[in-house]
Design a protein around this ligand. Structure first.
Ligand code: AVJ
Length: 326
């Protein structure tokens, strides 16, 4: 049974009300820290998600098209490994555009459960997929996939489940967080269930840094949108022109870090509180962790999965891994 639209909207409204309180608490806590930090999940509001979609089209941002090419080449093989009558669960599904060709290629998929925080985007995607794949049950679940409650809202099933986690979303998590998240995935799954995971690989730092400091400055807008969002939703007064976008590869941590650099000494108010910035001080806004193939394999193994197969592009810029629960 698909979730009724009215239920979905109510569920969405309740989730979003709690979400605003959590946003405020997280922003105030993050700006109080020695290294000012804002959780990267807040970059993806409606405007941020649109900017991120623009990033995905950029020449400098190789990730999306490289992953798409790998999928395009190996979809039948992947669908074959997944098997028939599978329930596909996608945490952070967004517009569900990556799942659609996979579902179309799979042998009589049982259901598709996209899990995301935006009810509007999910509803549009649900209608689109149901029109293109009639007979497939598409039941969106509104929630934050890093929260255990969201997983409890998923319908129970006796069929084989496969968690679909493409887009290198795993890169947003530190190794410790990624370990916890994949353990959460494997605990939700049962023996024989699967995980199809996309991850960006370690490579030349020039290529990496260009992807996050693009020549068309879309990533800069994406990063600064977080400040505009705080201004709007939390009554802030950030002057976005008094901050600069910075992105660099930290080889030891195997990640690209995104920051906003204060261009002068300044005081900014958020939700009735004042925060001091020194010139050159930064707010750390996002991490994008990069993996090696052995690193990915080890991560899967220590979180309850048995790695079965991986696919890469010829430059080994990006990998898609398929693993099953032991
Ligand atoms: C959505 C986490 C995959 O890390 O490449 C892109 C986010 N931030 N450009 C990434 C992002 C700036 C993206 N992920």
């Amino acid at each position: 049974m698909a979730v009724q639209n009215s239920v979905l909207t109510e569920q969405g409204a309740a989730v979003q009300c709690g979400y605003l309180q959590e946003f405020e608490a997280d922003v105030l806590a993050g700006l109080t820290r020695q290294q000012k930090t804002l959780p990267c999940k807040y970059l993806y509001d409606e405007a941020g998600s649109k900017l991120f979609e623009e990033i995905c089209e950029l020449e400098d941002y190789y990730l999306t098209r490289t992953e798409a090419n790998i999928f395009c080449e190996s979809l039948p093989e992947m669908a074959d490994l997944l098997g028939e009558s599978v329930v596909l669960v996608e945490p952070g599904a967004g517009n569900c555009e990556k799942a659609e060709p996979l579902l179309a290629c799979m042998e009589s998929p049982q259901a598709y459960y996209p899990l995301d925080i935006s009810p509007e985007i999910l509803l549009t995607a649900q209608q689109r997929i149901q029109a293109r794949l009639p007979g497939l049950e598409v039941a969106p679940v509104i929630g934050d996939f890093t929260a255990p409650e969201a997983w409890a809202d998923l319908p129970e099933t006796t069929h084989k489940n496969v968690i679909f986690f493409p887009g290198s979303t795993i890169g947003n998590f530190t190794p410790e967080q990624a370990t916890a998240l994949l353990r959460q995935f494997s605990q939700f799954l049962k023996a024989g269930d699967g995980l199809l995971l996309g991850a960006d690989l370690v490579k030349d730092s020039v290529v990496l840094e260009r992807a996050y400091h693009d020549s068309e400055h879309v990533t800069e807008l994406f990063n600064k949108n977080l400040l505009s969002r705080i201004n709007c939703e939390l009554n802030g007064n950030f002057d976005t022109s008094a901050f600069a976008h910075r992105a660099f590869y930290h080889a030891h941590r195997q990640r690209v870090e995104m920051h906003l650099v204060s261009l002068k000494d300044q005081t900014v108010a958020v939700a009735g509180r004042d925060f001091e910035f020194r010139e050159g001080e930064t707010i750390h806004t996002e991490n994008s962790h990069k993996y090696t193939l052995p690193g990915l394999k080890a991560l899967l193994q220590k979180t309850g999965f048995s790695p079965k197969h991986y696919w890469t592009d010829n430059k080994q810029h990006y990998a898609i891994y398929y693993a099953e629960v032991l």
